[in-house]
Write a protein that binds this ligand. Sequence first.
Ligand code: ADE
Length: 248
Amino acid sequence: MLIDIITIFPGMFSALEESIVRRAVLEGHVQISVTDLRDHATGKHRSVDDYPYGGGPGMVMQPEPFFLAVERLREVDATVGKVILLCPQGEKFTQRKAEELSRTERLILLCGHYEGVDERVREKLVDEEVSIGDFVLTGGEIAAMALTDAVVRLLPGVLPEQSVEDESFATGLLEYPQYTRPPEFRGMGVPDVLISGNHKLIREWRREQSLLRTLYRRPDLLSGADLSDKEKQMLKDAALRHGMTLEL
Ligand code: ADE
């Protein structure tokens, strides 16, 4: 996979030179390359923004540097892929979206700034707009890094398959509680079932914990989860005990 990032703050992306993303790059699962948008500014001050037509506060990012940057990247590597603009108005980023993007050969990520990006970038250059949540960051860089991190860890071979299959959201549910040594810490123990060695019971306990945790913290996820009739009944009973209303 190839991920190109276009930004006015290339230095911020050193965060991707650590941890699992770093290893994924070194092992050749992904190539990440960062382009300074200012390298494609045509004015003598290398500016990439200007006042908004019609007035109003702040500055707007100009279309030409983005168009030139994307055109140049496509000359260097013709793989088309998807152009994604990170901005608060975009589609909300989810694990499902991360999975979809991890199957794309190439991503070109545009980091928006200031009051926004000239609409013609959205109309002609961008395939999708993505937001990482209902809050406003100072720019698209941290969002681009979050997206990159979530996508890269899903690429085949980057993580052991089991750890990706079990984790929160992959099953449509939140993950069950985890414990490690010591068996007793400051008076707090570990559930007996986990030390029982009975793998069937452990699987059942984990599934139930996953379901209950999702019910209490993110009941909105349950409608999209694959639940047996028995599990639905168990959840309805638990919801009733907690005075929650639950439609399944
Ligand atoms: N730029 C500013 N805020 C953002 C957000 N929430 N998601 C993506 N890009 C952004």
